[in-house]
Design a protein around this ligand. Structure first.
Ligand SMILES: C[S@@+](CC[C@H](N)C(=O)[O-])C[C@H]1O[C@@H](n2cnc3c(N)ncnc32)[C@H](O)[C@@H]1O
Ligand SMILES: Nc1nc2[nH]cc(C(=O)O)c2c(=O)[nH]1
Ligand code: SF4
Ligand SMILES: [Mg+2]
Length: 216
């Protein structure tokens, strides 16, 4: 396992700010590089640079924080082939592992013990043409589907996709998040209530607590 290397932007310990396990102490492994350029991306610092680390060194560093949960994110983690063995190694160590992915790459080889949090890119992200819709059929009750919504038009689009793919039945949770600084959270909350949508509204907890900065 030591010969496998990954390019890593940061490994840090915080509270999970997003998705089902929000609020739980979690170690984050942020892989460097992403083939997408979403208009709203809050992690542009992960596009380039980073440090090469062996799989063994990553697992050791993660273990040192004594947390139950690990979130592998980026950048786009699946753009590095060694992300797959990393996910399996973390599962083997007994961590509850989640993966944040854009859904622009195939997700079929991800270890089935991992909870995949797949972001279906909306029109206003500027990257909706990168969505691999065939990934949706691979998602199951262990996974989550996220929409980051930038406008009313994005909201209408997401609501349509919800029905078109029967998403609420497919995954454990469908998450609707307002794009930070682009859409007032309150607007999204009001729309979900008015339309009685079966989704989980979410706000990025870490940004409320610590602001928009790397390492939190
Ligand atoms: C930084 S991305 C990394 C993983 C992967 N590249 C992806 O897009 O899912 C992690 C999550 O943060 C979300 N995100 C990025 N910028 C955001 C923003 N300004 N407001 C809300 N969510 C944002 C993404 O949409 C994605 O769901
Ligand atoms: N606290 C915290 N929770 C997060 N959940 C997903 C994150 C990400 O950037 O993918 C993230 C992050 O950057 N920080
Ligand atoms: S896919 Fe994720 S990391 Fe890449 S630009 Fe979009 S939000 Fe940022
Ligand atoms: Mg983040």
């Amino acid at each position: 396992m030591d010969s496998k290397q990954l390019r890593i932007t940061e490994i840090f310990h915080s509270l999970q700010g997003e998705a089902i396990s929000a609020g739980l102490r979690t170690v984050f492994v942020r892989l460097t590089g992403c083939p997408l350029r979403c208009n709203y991306c809050d992690s542009e610092y992960a596009f380039f640079g980073g440090e090469k680390m062996s799989l063994k060194a990553i697992v050791e560093k993660v273990t040192s924080y004594d947390a139950e949960h690990v979130c592998v994110t980026g950048g786009e983690p699946l753009s590095q082939p060694n992300c797959l063995p990393l996910l399996s190694a973390l599962c083997d160590e007994g961590f509850a592992v989640s993966l944040e992915t854009s859904g622009a790459m195939p997700i079929d080889s991800v270890d089935s013990r991992v909870s995949r949090v797949m972001d279906l890119k909306t029109p206003d992200s500027g990257e909706a043409h990168r969505n691999r819709y065939e990934n949706i059929e691979l998602l199951n009750q262990h996974d989550q589907l996220k929409f980051v919504i930038c406008s009313r038009a994005d909201y209408e689009w997401a609501r349509f996709k919800l029905e078109e793919y029967n998403l609420t039945q497919r995954v454990a949770e469908v998450l609707f998040s307002a794009s930070h600084e682009e859409l007032p959270h309150r607007d999204l909350a009001d729309w979900i209530v008015a339309d009685r949508l079966p989704v989980r509204f979410q706000m990025q907890l870490h940004k409320i607590l610590w602001g928009d900065q790397p390492g939190f």
